[in-house]
Design a protein around this ligand. Structure first.
Ligand SMILES: [Zn+2]
Length: 129
């Protein structure tokens, strides 16, 4: 949670920080995760919305926020049946696919040889009949 004291001085107000930009509608943008903290002694510092990190420099808070990115479980896009597979499963299936493709190529060669042999036999039998 956001700091409630800084260097032993109580935080009096905790507000979102106005960003130096406006949105498409021209409305000022507020950085909700970067808190503007007014202290009991009149100082203003900037704090993190997620922990007790504070800094007198507003530009220090945004890089700090990256530390909290790993806290959330990343959203997994819905990719149908593949969504339930782990990377190990996918690698195993690719190896299985490669094996099947190699076997298919081998059988294809054998089938073509058998067709050629059958064709040769038919030609030979035509001569006898
Ligand atoms: Zn933090």
């Amino acid at each position: 949670m956001t700091a409630t004291t800084v260097d032993g001085v109580a935080v009096v107000t905790d507000e979102p920080t106005p960003a130096p930009m406006r949105d498409n509608a021209g409305t000022p943008v507020l950085w909700k995760q970067t808190r503007t903290l007014t202290l009991a002694d009149g100082r203003t510092v900037y704090g993190c919305a997620h922990c007790d990190y504070t800094s007198p420099n507003v530009h220090s808070v945004r890089p700090h926020l990256n530390k909290h990115r790993g806290d959330r479980v990343p959203a997994v896009p819905n990719v149908g049946a593949l969504g339930a597979l782990t990377l190990d499963d996918v690698v195993a299936r690719l190896a299985e696919h490669d094996q099947l493709a190699a076997e298919r190529d081998e059988w294809k060669i054998r089938a073509q040889r058998a067709e050629w042999s059958l064709s040769t036999l038919r030609t030979a039998l035509r001569g006898v009949a």
